[in-house]
Write a protein of this length. Structure first.
Length: 248
């Protein structure tokens, strides 16, 4: 494919993916297949996509901050729980049958979608002093490992965990989510770069689009509140689950 066509195409796809990732998750299910379609092998596509993920979440963090919506102390504490898992997930090569993994993930996503739709009477605005369940520690480590190893769909897992374990509203969940993914992506990005698994031209084109979409998604997330987030979240998870389960 002509590079003059590829660059704007990746920007547009990146913008869509960035918007979906900040509001809900699953945007990498759009960008990763496209990178592979363009001729990149799995490792190179994975690393190239991480450049876009890093750019996207940095943009979203800044956008949330400009809207005076941030809680750095809590975000950092949650991030530190994911970092060891993310680093291990990037280093360790785990072999699993792709078809089996995709089907399991598809079922898990449907389950998460159902729990997101359930009302949570205890949900409120969480702060650094909120009472936390001990289970958040192993859960965040596991999410970090998954994010470091695969990334696709990690936003759904973070949203479910922060929403139900820490009783956060979805707007605040997104605020913490983008900070967590931004920070744990840094060491994984460095590792992919050191091993030569980043196509910088394609990655920067995609990253520009992701950052643009993420910027506006953060602002709409705040202004639209939980209602808008729930709609985008459910649609994204449903589409991704159907795709993974290969229903059609």
């Amino acid at each position: 494919m002509n590079i003059a066509v590829v660059i704007p195409l990746l920007f547009v796809l990146g913008a869509v993916a960035g918007f979906i990732n900040v509001m809900a998750g699953g945007g990498s299910s759009i960008t990763l297949p496209m990178l592979i379609f363009l001729g990149l092998d799995s490792a190179l596509a994975n690393g190239t996509n991480r450049l876009a993920i890093f750019s996207q979440n940095l943009s979203a963090v800044i956008s949330f901050k400009q809207e005076k919506f941030s809680d750095f102390k809590t975000s950092l504490r949650l991030t530190l729980l994911t970092l060891p898992g993310a680093i291990i997930g990037t280093i360790v090569a785990i072999r699993i049958d792709d078809m089996l993994f995709q089907k399991i993930l598809g079922v898990v996503l449907i389950g998460v979608m159902a729990t997101i739709l359930l009302p949570n009477a205890k949900k409120g605005v969480a702060t650094a002093r909120s009472k936390e369940s001990w289970i958040i520690y192993p859960v965040m480590f596991a999410i970090g490992f998954y994010g470091g190893f695969i990334q696709v769909g990690v936003g759904f897992m973070l949203m479910a965990s922060l929403s139900h374990i820490l009783r956060m509203d979805l707007v605040r969940v997104n605020m913490h989510k983008v900070f967590i993914v931004f920070l744990y992506t840094l060491p994984t990005l460095i590792m992919f770069a050191v091993t030569g698994n980043i196509n910088w031209l394609l990655g920067l084109s995609l990253a520009a689009g992701n950052a643009f979409g993420a910027w506006w998604s953060a602002k709409i997330s705040i202004s639209g509140g939980e209602k808008v987030i729930r709609v985008v979240l459910v649609i994204s998870m449903f589409v991704m689950s159907i795709k993974l389960l290969k229903v059609f």
